[in-house]
Design a protein. Structure first.
Length: 139
C-alpha cells in the first residue's frame, strides 16, 4: 500500500458502522424496522417515519448510474494524477443513492442508467473505499 495523499473519511457516531463494514468489504446500510426504508446517509431517526427502530443490512453493491460528472480539474492536489475521473451518484438496487467514483472505465463511456457493481479500494490499513465499475454484460 502506497502513501495515501487524499482526504480520509472522518467517521462519526452515525456512520462508524459503515466504515467498519467497508474495511471488511461489506456494504452496510441502516434499514428502518417500522417502515422498511433503507437509508443513506445514516442517522439516529428514519427520515420517512421518524422511528429510531433500526437494523443494519448488507447491500448487494449493485446499481446503476443516476447522474455523474467528469472532473478535468483537481480541486485537491491528491486527485491530480487521477484526472480525468468520474464522480457519480449510484442508485443502488436497495433504493438509496450513494456518491462514489466510477473506475475501470473510460470517463467518456460512462452513461446514466449504466449498470455498475462495487469494487473496493483498500487505501490505508484503516480504510477501504467503495467504488463502482461497469457491469460487463456477456452474451
Amino acid at each position: 500500500m502506497t502513501t495515501y495523499n487524499k482526504p480520509l473519511p472522518q467517521p462519526n457516531a452515525d456512520d462508524e458502522f459503515f466504515w467498519r463494514g467497508c474495511k471488511k468489504h461489506k456494504f452496510l446500510f441502516q434499514k428502518c424496522l417500522d417502515c422498511g426504508l433503507i437509508r443513506w446517509p445514516p442517522s439516529f431517526l428514519c427520515p420517512q417515519c421518524w422511528s429510531g427502530n433500526t437494523t443494519i443490512i448488507e447491500a448487494s453493491g449493485k446499481g446503476k448510474v443516476y447522474t455523474y460528472a467528469v472532473y478535468h480539474l483537481a480541486y485537491h492536489e491528491g486527485f491530480k494524477s487521477d484526472l480525468p475521473y468520474v464522480t457519480a451518484i449510484i442508485e443502488l438496487e436497495e433504493g438509496p443513492h450513494f456518491l462514489s467514483n466510477i473506475t475501470e472505465c473510460n470517463p467518456g463511456d460512462v452513461k446514466c442508467d449504466m449498470p455498475v457493481e462495487i469494487v473496493w479500494d483498500d487505501i490505508t490499513a484503516e480504510f477501504s473505499l467503495p467504488k463502482f465499475k461497469p457491469v460487463r454484460v456477456t452474451t
